[in-house]
Design a protein around this ligand. Structure first.
Ligand SMILES: [Zn+2]
Length: 312
């Protein structure tokens, strides 16, 4: 979508800035961006307080943000309220303009620094095998353990010079890892396996409820669980985790097909109805519906409920 001027683009931009970073006293282009990222508190539009004015910054480019309309009562959600970048400050920001070729880097050093700063992640793959002693989903969220593992050096075509690639350290990660600190991760750039572009996680997510066809390659999909159905009582039987689906393209439903044993370890059971789940996989036709199946251990996770607002 083009970033023109006027109300239309403002609405588009505002939809993408789910939260601002609040840090009183921090000054744009004077103080360290690392400090802002580490100490700024994410504030949703609905959480805005009048005294935050002037201390809110963009989670991507750190530019000062304003909340519109300004005059509305502090706690009033106001359905049409939104955050926008200060008009008189120019920044190159993926939330202002979505570029078809994704984020490009001037040099290998610049890209390597972005990785060190936690703004860019090169994903070599998702963890395939189940750990010897898998942790239950609920237990994992209460820990600060990092699930990422170092991978190989990868050659990625994210140079500003056409046709050039950079050699950068890649990670083995998990969808569960993406879901932890989901609010931070949304505004990082990711290069997923085989991808030619560095995209904001926000722009990589696909809402499966409005899908109308299978996919050729893996997608990072999300959906809300509506029901659970088991094909049998054996732990090795397949569980169908059904997701909210608008029956586009003539398909009746959308399921994640997963072995019951693994489903339980991921807390994908009756207790998860109403929650959002994320997966990384290929969407295929399955009977009268669409489905993802054969997901590896690291390719599926429930989203902690506190992040629901980021997907609605
Ligand atoms: Zn920005």
């Amino acid at each position: 979508m083009a970033d023109g001027s006027g109300k239309k683009s403002q609405n588009w931009e505002s939809n993408r800035i789910k939260h601002a970073l609040h840090l009183p006293g921090w000054v744009f282009r004077k103080d360290s961006e690392t400090t802002l990222r580490a100490n700024g508190k994410p504030v949703l539009v609905s959480e805005y307080q009048a005294d935050m004015k002037g201390s809110l910054f963009c989670p991507e480019c750190c530019c000062p943000l304003f909340r519109s309309p300004l005059n509305e009562e502090a706690n009033k959600t106001g359905k049409n309220a939104f955050y926008a970048h200060r008009r008189n400050i120019v920044t190159e920001c993926g939330l202002r303009t979505k570029k078809a070729e994704g984020k490009k880097y001037l040099s290998e050093e610049e890209a390597a620094q972005a990785i060190v700063d936690g703004k860019l992640v090169i994903v070599e793959g998702f963890l395939q095998s189940r750990p010897a002693t898998p942790e239950k989903q609920a237990e994992v969220y209460s820990q600060s353990a990092v699930e990422d593992q170092d991978g190989e050096i990868a050659s990625v075509p994210i140079a500003r010079h056409r046709g050039r690639s950079f050699n950068l350290p890649a990670k083995l990660t998990t969808v569960r890892g993406l879901c932890r600190k989901f609010d931070d991760n949304l505004y990082k750039y990711y290069v997923f396996p085989g991808a030619k572009h560095a995209r904001l996680l926000l722009d990589s997510l696909r809402n499966i409820s409005i899908m109308d066809s299978p996919t050729q390659s893996e997608i990072l999909g999300f959906g809300r669980i509506t029901s659970i159905w088991d094909a049998g009582s054996n732990p090795h039987n397949i569980r169908f985790v059904k997701l909210e689906f608008n029956r586009r393209g003539g398909y009746a439903d959308f399921s994640i097909k997963i072995q019951k044993y693994d489903a339980e370890l991921h807390d994908l059971n009756e207790g998860a109805i109403g929650k959002f789940v994320l997966f990384y996989g290929i969407v295929r036709e399955s009977g009268v519906g669409l489905a993802v199946s054969n997901l590896a251990w690291g390719e599926v996770s429930l989203l902690p409920a506190k992040y629901d607002q980021y997907l609605i």
